[in-house]
Design a binder for this molecule. Structure first.
Ligand SMILES: Nc1ncnc2c1ncn2[C@@H]1O[C@H](COP(=O)(O)OP(=O)(O)OP(=O)(O)O)[C@@H](O)[C@H]1O
Ligand SMILES: [Mg+2]
Length: 496
Protein backbone atom coordinates (compact mmCIF):
# COMPACT_ATOMS: atom_id res chain seq x y z
CA UNK A 1 0.00 0.00 0.00
CA UNK A 2 1.23 3.47 -0.84
CA UNK A 3 1.75 5.49 2.29
CA UNK A 4 0.47 9.00 2.48
CA UNK A 5 1.46 11.40 5.21
CA UNK A 6 -2.16 11.70 6.28
CA UNK A 7 -3.76 8.51 7.47
CA UNK A 8 -7.13 10.23 7.56
CA UNK A 9 -8.52 13.25 5.71
CA UNK A 10 -11.86 14.63 6.78
CA UNK A 11 -13.56 16.88 4.24
CA UNK A 12 -16.60 19.07 4.90
CA UNK A 13 -18.20 16.48 7.11
CA UNK A 14 -21.79 17.14 8.22
CA UNK A 15 -24.14 15.25 10.54
CA UNK A 16 -27.68 16.39 11.22
CA UNK A 17 -30.01 15.14 13.91
CA UNK A 18 -33.61 16.36 14.10
CA UNK A 19 -33.23 20.04 14.96
CA UNK A 20 -29.47 20.03 15.44
CA UNK A 21 -26.39 20.03 13.22
CA UNK A 22 -24.04 18.05 15.47
CA UNK A 23 -21.12 18.14 13.03
CA UNK A 24 -21.00 21.25 10.91
CA UNK A 25 -18.79 21.26 7.84
CA UNK A 26 -15.69 19.90 9.56
CA UNK A 27 -12.38 19.47 7.68
CA UNK A 28 -8.97 18.47 9.04
CA UNK A 29 -6.21 15.90 8.54
CA UNK A 30 -4.73 13.33 10.86
CA UNK A 31 -1.09 12.42 10.38
CA UNK A 32 0.12 8.86 10.45
CA UNK A 33 1.66 7.49 13.69
CA UNK A 34 0.60 10.35 15.88
CA UNK A 35 -1.59 10.73 18.95
CA UNK A 36 -4.24 13.14 17.74
CA UNK A 37 -6.40 14.63 20.49
CA UNK A 38 -9.92 15.89 20.02
CA UNK A 39 -11.24 18.38 22.56
CA UNK A 40 -14.27 20.60 23.01
CA UNK A 41 -17.16 21.35 25.31
CA UNK A 42 -19.90 18.83 26.05
CA UNK A 43 -22.04 18.54 22.97
CA UNK A 44 -19.35 20.00 20.67
CA UNK A 45 -19.77 17.02 18.37
CA UNK A 46 -16.72 14.90 19.24
CA UNK A 47 -18.50 11.58 19.78
CA UNK A 48 -20.71 12.16 16.76
CA UNK A 49 -17.68 12.72 14.53
CA UNK A 50 -16.12 9.55 15.89
CA UNK A 51 -19.30 7.58 15.34
CA UNK A 52 -19.28 8.59 11.67
CA UNK A 53 -15.69 7.39 11.36
CA UNK A 54 -16.61 4.05 12.89
CA UNK A 55 -19.73 3.49 10.86
CA UNK A 56 -22.11 3.77 13.81
CA UNK A 57 -23.78 6.81 12.21
CA UNK A 58 -24.22 7.64 8.55
CA UNK A 59 -23.09 11.12 7.61
CA UNK A 60 -25.39 13.77 6.19
CA UNK A 61 -22.65 15.07 3.92
CA UNK A 62 -18.92 15.31 3.27
CA UNK A 63 -16.11 12.94 2.55
CA UNK A 64 -13.48 10.94 4.44
CA UNK A 65 -10.26 9.56 2.96
CA UNK A 66 -8.52 6.70 4.73
CA UNK A 67 -5.00 6.08 3.42
CA UNK A 68 -5.89 8.26 0.48
CA UNK A 69 -8.96 6.27 -0.46
CA UNK A 70 -12.58 7.16 -0.04
CA UNK A 71 -13.92 5.63 3.12
CA UNK A 72 -17.56 5.21 4.07
CA UNK A 73 -18.19 2.32 6.46
CA UNK A 74 -21.70 1.00 7.01
CA UNK A 75 -21.11 -0.42 10.47
CA UNK A 76 -18.36 -0.79 13.10
CA UNK A 77 -17.38 -4.20 11.81
CA UNK A 78 -16.70 -2.85 8.35
CA UNK A 79 -14.74 0.03 9.90
CA UNK A 80 -12.62 -2.46 11.82
CA UNK A 81 -11.96 -4.48 8.68
CA UNK A 82 -10.79 -1.32 6.95
CA UNK A 83 -8.50 -0.44 9.83
CA UNK A 84 -10.38 1.77 12.31
CA UNK A 85 -11.22 0.40 15.77
CA UNK A 86 -12.86 2.23 18.63
CA UNK A 87 -13.13 2.29 22.39
CA UNK A 88 -16.51 4.00 22.71
CA UNK A 89 -17.43 6.37 25.54
CA UNK A 90 -20.01 3.78 26.48
CA UNK A 91 -17.78 0.67 26.52
CA UNK A 92 -18.71 -1.90 23.96
CA UNK A 93 -17.87 -5.12 25.75
CA UNK A 94 -20.78 -7.36 26.62
CA UNK A 95 -20.84 -8.07 30.34
CA UNK A 96 -22.66 -11.37 30.09
CA UNK A 97 -20.05 -12.92 27.82
CA UNK A 98 -16.59 -14.21 28.58
CA UNK A 99 -13.44 -12.34 27.57
CA UNK A 100 -12.85 -14.78 24.73
CA UNK A 101 -16.41 -14.49 23.44
CA UNK A 102 -16.02 -10.73 23.47
CA UNK A 103 -12.80 -10.90 21.53
CA UNK A 104 -14.45 -12.92 18.77
CA UNK A 105 -17.66 -10.92 18.75
CA UNK A 106 -18.38 -9.64 15.27
CA UNK A 107 -15.93 -12.06 13.72
CA UNK A 108 -17.65 -13.87 10.89
CA UNK A 109 -17.35 -17.64 10.83
CA UNK A 110 -17.79 -17.58 7.08
CA UNK A 111 -14.82 -15.32 6.44
CA UNK A 112 -12.54 -17.09 8.88
CA UNK A 113 -12.31 -20.84 8.70
CA UNK A 114 -12.31 -22.60 12.05
CA UNK A 115 -8.52 -22.76 12.19
CA UNK A 116 -7.96 -19.15 11.26
CA UNK A 117 -10.41 -18.17 13.90
CA UNK A 118 -8.45 -20.03 16.57
CA UNK A 119 -5.27 -18.37 15.33
CA UNK A 120 -6.90 -15.03 15.61
CA UNK A 121 -8.14 -15.69 19.14
CA UNK A 122 -4.71 -16.87 20.23
CA UNK A 123 -3.18 -13.73 18.86
CA UNK A 124 -5.69 -11.54 20.68
CA UNK A 125 -5.14 -13.38 23.92
CA UNK A 126 -1.38 -12.98 23.47
CA UNK A 127 -1.72 -9.25 22.87
CA UNK A 128 -4.08 -8.96 25.82
CA UNK A 129 -1.80 -10.84 28.16
CA UNK A 130 1.22 -8.81 27.12
CA UNK A 131 -0.72 -5.81 28.38
CA UNK A 132 -2.40 -7.42 31.38
CA UNK A 133 -1.47 -10.99 32.31
CA UNK A 134 -4.15 -11.26 34.98
CA UNK A 135 -7.09 -11.33 32.55
CA UNK A 136 -8.27 -14.84 31.83
CA UNK A 137 -9.89 -15.65 28.44
CA UNK A 138 -12.64 -17.73 30.10
CA UNK A 139 -13.44 -15.07 32.66
CA UNK A 140 -16.84 -13.40 32.52
CA UNK A 141 -16.41 -9.76 31.49
CA UNK A 142 -18.76 -8.52 34.21
CA UNK A 143 -16.08 -9.47 36.77
CA UNK A 144 -13.51 -7.10 35.21
CA UNK A 145 -12.80 -3.50 36.20
CA UNK A 146 -13.45 -0.75 33.65
CA UNK A 147 -9.71 -0.51 32.93
CA UNK A 148 -9.53 -4.22 32.21
CA UNK A 149 -12.58 -4.06 29.97
CA UNK A 150 -10.74 -1.37 28.04
CA UNK A 151 -7.74 -3.62 27.72
CA UNK A 152 -9.95 -6.32 26.20
CA UNK A 153 -11.08 -3.79 23.59
CA UNK A 154 -7.54 -2.53 22.97
CA UNK A 155 -6.36 -6.10 22.47
CA UNK A 156 -9.13 -6.65 19.98
CA UNK A 157 -8.13 -3.52 18.07
CA UNK A 158 -4.42 -4.24 18.18
CA UNK A 159 -4.88 -7.81 16.99
CA UNK A 160 -7.04 -6.60 14.13
CA UNK A 161 -3.95 -4.64 13.01
CA UNK A 162 -5.85 -1.39 13.03
CA UNK A 163 -4.30 1.69 11.43
CA UNK A 164 -6.29 3.88 13.76
CA UNK A 165 -7.58 3.28 17.27
CA UNK A 166 -10.07 5.81 18.56
CA UNK A 167 -10.46 6.30 22.31
CA UNK A 168 -13.45 8.31 23.51
CA UNK A 169 -12.75 9.43 27.10
CA UNK A 170 -10.89 6.27 28.06
CA UNK A 171 -9.70 7.66 31.39
CA UNK A 172 -13.11 8.84 32.61
CA UNK A 173 -13.57 5.83 34.87
CA UNK A 174 -10.14 4.41 35.65
CA UNK A 175 -7.58 5.05 38.40
CA UNK A 176 -4.37 7.07 38.21
CA UNK A 177 -2.24 3.98 38.10
CA UNK A 178 -4.33 2.49 35.32
CA UNK A 179 -4.09 5.77 33.42
CA UNK A 180 -0.28 5.57 33.57
CA UNK A 181 -0.50 2.13 32.09
CA UNK A 182 -2.93 3.13 29.38
CA UNK A 183 -0.51 5.89 28.37
CA UNK A 184 2.32 3.38 28.14
CA UNK A 185 0.09 1.22 25.94
CA UNK A 186 -0.68 4.22 23.72
CA UNK A 187 3.04 4.95 23.29
CA UNK A 188 3.65 1.37 22.34
CA UNK A 189 0.79 1.36 19.83
CA UNK A 190 2.29 4.43 18.20
CA UNK A 191 5.65 2.71 17.89
CA UNK A 192 3.81 -0.10 16.11
CA UNK A 193 2.53 2.35 13.49
CA UNK A 194 -0.89 2.85 14.99
CA UNK A 195 -2.49 6.29 14.99
CA UNK A 196 -4.49 7.06 18.10
CA UNK A 197 -7.39 9.52 18.13
CA UNK A 198 -7.85 10.52 21.74
CA UNK A 199 -10.78 12.36 23.33
CA UNK A 200 -10.61 13.66 26.87
CA UNK A 201 -11.80 16.49 29.10
CA UNK A 202 -8.71 16.14 31.28
CA UNK A 203 -6.54 18.68 29.56
CA UNK A 204 -3.34 17.72 31.36
CA UNK A 205 -3.53 14.40 29.55
CA UNK A 206 -3.62 16.15 26.20
CA UNK A 207 -0.30 17.82 26.98
CA UNK A 208 1.14 14.59 28.32
CA UNK A 209 0.45 12.26 25.40
CA UNK A 210 -0.77 14.30 22.45
CA UNK A 211 1.15 15.20 19.29
CA UNK A 212 -1.69 17.17 17.70
CA UNK A 213 -4.92 18.61 18.98
CA UNK A 214 -8.12 19.46 17.15
CA UNK A 215 -10.58 21.77 18.88
CA UNK A 216 -14.31 21.62 18.12
CA UNK A 217 -16.98 24.02 19.26
CA UNK A 218 -20.72 23.87 18.46
CA UNK A 219 -20.17 21.21 15.83
CA UNK A 220 -17.55 23.29 14.04
CA UNK A 221 -13.82 22.80 13.56
CA UNK A 222 -11.96 25.58 15.35
CA UNK A 223 -8.31 24.63 14.82
CA UNK A 224 -5.81 21.79 14.48
CA UNK A 225 -2.32 22.38 15.87
CA UNK A 226 0.78 20.56 17.10
CA UNK A 227 0.57 20.44 20.91
CA UNK A 228 4.05 21.94 21.06
CA UNK A 229 2.64 25.16 19.62
CA UNK A 230 0.12 25.54 22.44
CA UNK A 231 1.52 27.44 25.39
CA UNK A 232 -0.58 26.09 28.25
CA UNK A 233 -3.98 24.96 29.56
CA UNK A 234 -5.29 28.50 29.50
CA UNK A 235 -4.62 28.84 25.78
CA UNK A 236 -6.29 25.51 25.07
CA UNK A 237 -9.32 26.39 27.20
CA UNK A 238 -9.66 29.65 25.35
CA UNK A 239 -9.73 27.78 22.04
CA UNK A 240 -12.39 25.45 23.43
CA UNK A 241 -14.82 27.88 24.98
CA UNK A 242 -13.74 31.23 23.61
CA UNK A 243 -12.86 32.69 27.01
CA UNK A 244 -10.57 32.11 29.96
CA UNK A 245 -11.88 30.58 33.16
CA UNK A 246 -10.61 31.25 36.60
CA UNK A 247 -9.27 28.14 38.31
CA UNK A 248 -8.39 29.06 41.88
CA UNK A 249 -9.66 28.74 45.43
CA UNK A 250 -10.78 31.89 47.18
CA UNK A 251 -10.59 31.43 50.94
CA UNK A 252 -13.82 31.94 52.85
CA UNK A 253 -14.13 33.99 55.98
CA UNK A 254 -14.02 31.63 58.91
CA UNK A 255 -17.38 31.45 60.64
CA UNK A 256 -18.52 29.58 63.71
CA UNK A 257 -21.02 27.25 62.21
CA UNK A 258 -22.98 24.39 63.72
CA UNK A 259 -21.82 20.87 63.20
CA UNK A 260 -24.22 19.22 60.77
CA UNK A 261 -22.71 15.77 60.37
CA UNK A 262 -20.62 13.79 62.81
CA UNK A 263 -18.97 10.60 61.71
CA UNK A 264 -17.43 8.50 64.47
CA UNK A 265 -15.28 5.39 64.07
CA UNK A 266 -16.83 4.42 60.78
CA UNK A 267 -15.63 0.99 59.67
CA UNK A 268 -16.82 -1.59 57.17
CA UNK A 269 -15.53 -3.93 54.47
CA UNK A 270 -13.47 -1.04 53.06
CA UNK A 271 -13.25 1.68 55.69
CA UNK A 272 -11.07 1.71 58.77
CA UNK A 273 -12.09 3.75 61.79
CA UNK A 274 -12.93 7.04 60.10
CA UNK A 275 -14.03 10.08 62.11
CA UNK A 276 -14.72 13.66 61.02
CA UNK A 277 -17.21 16.53 61.29
CA UNK A 278 -18.92 18.54 58.60
CA UNK A 279 -20.19 22.03 59.49
CA UNK A 280 -23.14 23.88 58.03
CA UNK A 281 -22.02 25.82 54.97
CA UNK A 282 -18.78 23.92 54.68
CA UNK A 283 -17.42 22.43 51.44
CA UNK A 284 -15.47 19.35 52.38
CA UNK A 285 -13.26 17.50 49.92
CA UNK A 286 -12.23 13.87 50.13
CA UNK A 287 -9.27 13.10 47.97
CA UNK A 288 -7.65 9.77 47.29
CA UNK A 289 -6.87 7.48 44.40
CA UNK A 290 -9.54 5.23 42.95
CA UNK A 291 -10.12 2.48 45.53
CA UNK A 292 -9.08 4.60 48.53
CA UNK A 293 -12.60 4.52 49.99
CA UNK A 294 -14.21 7.76 48.80
CA UNK A 295 -17.32 6.19 47.31
CA UNK A 296 -17.63 3.91 50.35
CA UNK A 297 -17.79 6.88 52.74
CA UNK A 298 -20.58 8.42 50.67
CA UNK A 299 -22.45 5.13 50.47
CA UNK A 300 -22.19 4.51 54.22
CA UNK A 301 -23.55 7.96 55.08
CA UNK A 302 -26.33 7.46 52.55
CA UNK A 303 -27.17 4.12 54.19
CA UNK A 304 -26.46 2.12 51.06
CA UNK A 305 -23.73 -0.03 52.69
CA UNK A 306 -23.65 -1.53 56.19
CA UNK A 307 -21.12 -0.18 58.71
CA UNK A 308 -20.03 -0.11 62.34
CA UNK A 309 -19.64 3.16 64.18
CA UNK A 310 -21.94 6.16 64.51
CA UNK A 311 -23.21 8.74 62.09
CA UNK A 312 -25.06 11.70 63.60
CA UNK A 313 -26.93 14.13 61.38
CA UNK A 314 -28.34 17.33 62.92
CA UNK A 315 -27.50 15.79 66.28
CA UNK A 316 -29.54 12.63 65.74
CA UNK A 317 -28.36 9.16 64.90
CA UNK A 318 -28.89 8.54 61.22
CA UNK A 319 -30.80 5.39 60.38
CA UNK A 320 -28.77 3.42 57.84
CA UNK A 321 -31.16 3.41 54.85
CA UNK A 322 -31.27 5.65 51.76
CA UNK A 323 -34.92 6.63 52.22
CA UNK A 324 -34.12 7.73 55.79
CA UNK A 325 -31.11 9.71 54.56
CA UNK A 326 -33.19 11.44 51.88
CA UNK A 327 -35.97 12.23 54.38
CA UNK A 328 -33.37 13.71 56.76
CA UNK A 329 -32.11 16.03 54.00
CA UNK A 330 -29.19 14.23 52.39
CA UNK A 331 -28.70 13.86 48.64
CA UNK A 332 -26.11 11.80 46.81
CA UNK A 333 -24.92 12.17 43.23
CA UNK A 334 -23.40 8.79 42.54
CA UNK A 335 -20.29 8.15 40.51
CA UNK A 336 -22.13 5.87 38.08
CA UNK A 337 -24.46 8.61 37.02
CA UNK A 338 -25.69 7.41 33.71
CA UNK A 339 -26.99 4.17 35.14
CA UNK A 340 -28.02 5.35 38.60
CA UNK A 341 -28.98 8.97 38.36
CA UNK A 342 -30.71 9.56 35.09
CA UNK A 343 -34.12 8.66 33.74
CA UNK A 344 -32.90 8.27 30.19
CA UNK A 345 -36.35 7.88 28.65
CA UNK A 346 -37.60 11.10 30.24
CA UNK A 347 -36.93 14.52 28.80
CA UNK A 348 -34.57 17.00 30.44
CA UNK A 349 -37.62 18.72 31.94
CA UNK A 350 -38.75 15.36 33.28
CA UNK A 351 -35.43 14.85 35.01
CA UNK A 352 -34.23 18.07 36.58
CA UNK A 353 -37.00 18.91 39.06
CA UNK A 354 -37.88 15.37 40.22
CA UNK A 355 -36.04 15.57 43.51
CA UNK A 356 -37.80 18.72 44.57
CA UNK A 357 -41.35 18.58 43.30
CA UNK A 358 -42.50 20.63 46.28
CA UNK A 359 -40.71 23.69 44.99
CA UNK A 360 -42.48 23.55 41.62
CA UNK A 361 -45.93 22.48 42.84
CA UNK A 362 -48.97 24.38 44.04
CA UNK A 363 -51.70 22.60 46.00
CA UNK A 364 -50.43 19.24 44.90
CA UNK A 365 -50.34 20.11 41.20
CA UNK A 366 -47.17 20.59 39.25
CA UNK A 367 -46.84 24.14 38.12
CA UNK A 368 -45.66 23.65 34.54
CA UNK A 369 -44.44 27.21 34.23
CA UNK A 370 -42.24 26.79 37.33
CA UNK A 371 -41.01 23.46 36.08
CA UNK A 372 -40.09 24.98 32.75
CA UNK A 373 -38.34 27.96 34.24
CA UNK A 374 -36.25 25.82 36.62
CA UNK A 375 -35.26 23.58 33.73
CA UNK A 376 -34.46 26.53 31.48
CA UNK A 377 -32.35 28.07 34.24
CA UNK A 378 -30.17 24.96 34.60
CA UNK A 379 -29.91 24.43 30.85
CA UNK A 380 -28.66 27.98 30.64
CA UNK A 381 -26.31 27.97 33.63
CA UNK A 382 -24.64 24.64 32.95
CA UNK A 383 -24.84 25.19 29.21
CA UNK A 384 -26.58 21.90 28.61
CA UNK A 385 -26.19 21.58 24.85
CA UNK A 386 -29.68 20.86 23.59
CA UNK A 387 -32.13 22.42 21.21
CA UNK A 388 -35.03 21.84 23.59
CA UNK A 389 -35.89 21.03 27.21
CA UNK A 390 -38.11 18.33 25.76
CA UNK A 391 -35.17 16.33 24.42
CA UNK A 392 -34.92 12.78 25.70
CA UNK A 393 -32.00 12.49 28.10
CA UNK A 394 -30.65 9.45 26.23
CA UNK A 395 -30.10 11.61 23.15
CA UNK A 396 -27.81 14.06 24.92
CA UNK A 397 -24.03 13.85 24.67
CA UNK A 398 -22.27 11.99 27.51
CA UNK A 399 -21.24 15.11 29.41
CA UNK A 400 -24.62 16.73 29.02
CA UNK A 401 -26.30 13.71 30.57
CA UNK A 402 -24.02 14.22 33.56
CA UNK A 403 -25.01 17.85 33.75
CA UNK A 404 -28.69 16.85 33.91
CA UNK A 405 -28.06 14.52 36.86
CA UNK A 406 -26.05 17.17 38.65
CA UNK A 407 -28.75 19.78 38.05
CA UNK A 408 -31.28 17.43 39.55
CA UNK A 409 -29.31 17.16 42.78
CA UNK A 410 -28.23 20.78 42.92
CA UNK A 411 -31.93 21.66 42.77
CA UNK A 412 -32.85 19.03 45.36
CA UNK A 413 -32.52 21.49 48.23
CA UNK A 414 -30.77 19.01 50.50
CA UNK A 415 -28.95 20.21 53.62
CA UNK A 416 -26.08 17.88 52.85
CA UNK A 417 -25.14 17.25 49.27
CA UNK A 418 -22.67 14.48 48.53
CA UNK A 419 -21.10 14.58 45.08
CA UNK A 420 -19.06 11.61 43.92
CA UNK A 421 -16.70 12.67 41.10
CA UNK A 422 -19.00 15.60 40.26
CA UNK A 423 -17.26 16.90 37.15
CA UNK A 424 -15.94 13.77 35.53
CA UNK A 425 -16.54 14.01 31.79
CA UNK A 426 -17.69 17.61 32.13
CA UNK A 427 -16.03 20.38 30.14
CA UNK A 428 -14.02 23.18 31.77
CA UNK A 429 -16.61 25.89 31.19
CA UNK A 430 -19.42 23.98 32.86
CA UNK A 431 -17.05 22.92 35.64
CA UNK A 432 -16.59 26.49 36.74
CA UNK A 433 -20.38 27.03 36.61
CA UNK A 434 -20.87 23.96 38.79
CA UNK A 435 -18.29 25.28 41.24
CA UNK A 436 -20.18 28.59 41.36
CA UNK A 437 -23.43 26.81 42.16
CA UNK A 438 -21.71 24.78 44.88
CA UNK A 439 -20.25 27.96 46.39
CA UNK A 440 -23.67 29.63 46.31
CA UNK A 441 -25.28 26.66 48.05
CA UNK A 442 -22.59 26.79 50.70
CA UNK A 443 -23.24 30.50 51.26
CA UNK A 444 -26.90 29.60 51.85
CA UNK A 445 -25.70 27.33 54.64
CA UNK A 446 -25.85 24.01 52.81
CA UNK A 447 -23.00 21.57 53.34
CA UNK A 448 -21.34 19.88 50.43
CA UNK A 449 -19.08 16.85 50.47
CA UNK A 450 -17.02 16.31 47.34
CA UNK A 451 -15.37 13.00 46.60
CA UNK A 452 -12.87 13.39 43.82
CA UNK A 453 -9.81 11.84 42.28
CA UNK A 454 -8.89 15.15 40.68
CA UNK A 455 -6.72 17.23 42.96
CA UNK A 456 -7.23 20.54 41.09
CA UNK A 457 -10.94 20.18 41.76
CA UNK A 458 -10.42 19.64 45.50
CA UNK A 459 -7.99 22.53 45.72
CA UNK A 460 -10.29 24.78 43.72
CA UNK A 461 -13.45 24.69 45.82
CA UNK A 462 -13.09 22.83 49.11
CA UNK A 463 -12.73 24.58 52.46
CA UNK A 464 -11.35 21.47 54.15
CA UNK A 465 -9.40 18.64 52.61
CA UNK A 466 -9.34 15.04 53.84
CA UNK A 467 -6.87 12.55 52.44
CA UNK A 468 -7.65 8.88 52.12
CA UNK A 469 -5.45 5.92 51.49
CA UNK A 470 -6.57 2.30 51.51
CA UNK A 471 -9.72 2.93 53.52
CA UNK A 472 -8.07 5.09 56.18
CA UNK A 473 -8.15 8.82 56.80
CA UNK A 474 -4.49 9.85 56.61
CA UNK A 475 -4.64 13.62 56.99
CA UNK A 476 -7.01 16.56 57.32
CA UNK A 477 -6.25 20.21 56.55
CA UNK A 478 -7.95 23.50 55.84
CA UNK A 479 -7.58 24.68 52.24
CA UNK A 480 -5.46 27.76 51.60
CA UNK A 481 -2.20 29.07 50.20
CA UNK A 482 0.00 26.69 52.12
CA UNK A 483 -1.60 23.49 50.86
CA UNK A 484 1.18 21.55 49.19
CA UNK A 485 0.02 19.37 46.29
CA UNK A 486 3.23 17.32 46.25
CA UNK A 487 2.81 16.44 49.88
CA UNK A 488 -0.81 15.50 49.22
CA UNK A 489 0.16 13.16 46.39
CA UNK A 490 2.80 11.64 48.64
CA UNK A 491 0.20 10.91 51.33
CA UNK A 492 -2.52 9.48 49.07
CA UNK A 493 -0.06 7.13 47.42
CA UNK A 494 0.75 5.58 50.77
CA UNK A 495 3.72 7.69 51.90
CA UNK A 496 3.97 8.65 55.57
N1 LIG B 1 -28.77 10.18 18.74
C1 LIG B 1 -28.91 11.51 18.81
N2 LIG B 1 -30.09 12.12 18.54
C2 LIG B 1 -30.22 13.45 18.59
N3 LIG B 1 -29.25 14.31 18.91
C3 LIG B 1 -28.04 13.78 19.20
C4 LIG B 1 -27.80 12.36 19.17
N4 LIG B 1 -26.51 12.13 19.50
C5 LIG B 1 -25.96 13.35 19.73
N5 LIG B 1 -26.88 14.34 19.55
C6 LIG B 1 -26.63 15.79 19.70
O1 LIG B 1 -25.47 16.13 18.96
C7 LIG B 1 -24.68 17.09 19.64
C8 LIG B 1 -23.25 16.60 19.76
O2 LIG B 1 -23.18 15.49 20.65
P1 LIG B 1 -21.86 14.63 20.89
O3 LIG B 1 -22.26 13.42 21.64
O4 LIG B 1 -21.16 14.45 19.59
O5 LIG B 1 -21.01 15.62 21.81
P2 LIG B 1 -19.56 15.40 22.50
O6 LIG B 1 -18.67 16.47 21.94
O7 LIG B 1 -19.13 14.00 22.36
O8 LIG B 1 -19.85 15.79 24.02
P3 LIG B 1 -19.37 15.11 25.43
O9 LIG B 1 -18.08 15.79 25.77
O10 LIG B 1 -20.44 15.54 26.37
O11 LIG B 1 -19.27 13.64 25.26
C9 LIG B 1 -25.38 17.34 20.97
O12 LIG B 1 -26.13 18.51 20.85
C10 LIG B 1 -26.29 16.13 21.13
O13 LIG B 1 -27.43 16.47 21.87
MG1 LIG C 1 -18.86 12.40 23.79
Amino acid sequence: METTENVLEIRELVKDFPGVRAVNNVSFNIKRNTVHCLVGENGAGKSTLIKILTGAYTRTGGKVLLNGEEYSPHNPREARQKGISTLFQELNVVDQLTVEENLTLGMEDTTFGFLRKTDKINKMVRVMNSIEPSIHPRQQVSTLSVAKKQIVEIAKAAAAESDIIIMDEPTAAISEREIERLFAIIQRLREQNVTVIYISHRLDEIFEIGDYVTVMRDGKHIDTKPISEIKDRTELIKMMIGKTVFEQYTPKEAADRDVLLQVRNLSNHKLKDISFDVHAGEIVGFYGLVGAGKTEIARAIYGADPYQGDILFKGKKLQPAPDKAIAAGIALVPEERRSQGLFTILTIRGNIPVMNMKKISRNGFINTAAEQSVTADYIDRLKIATNSAEKEASKLSGGNQQKVVLSKCLFADADLLMLDEPTRGIDVGAKSEIYDIIRRLSKEGKSIMIFSSELPEIMNICDSIYLLFDGSLKAAMPNGDNVDSEKIIHIVTGGE
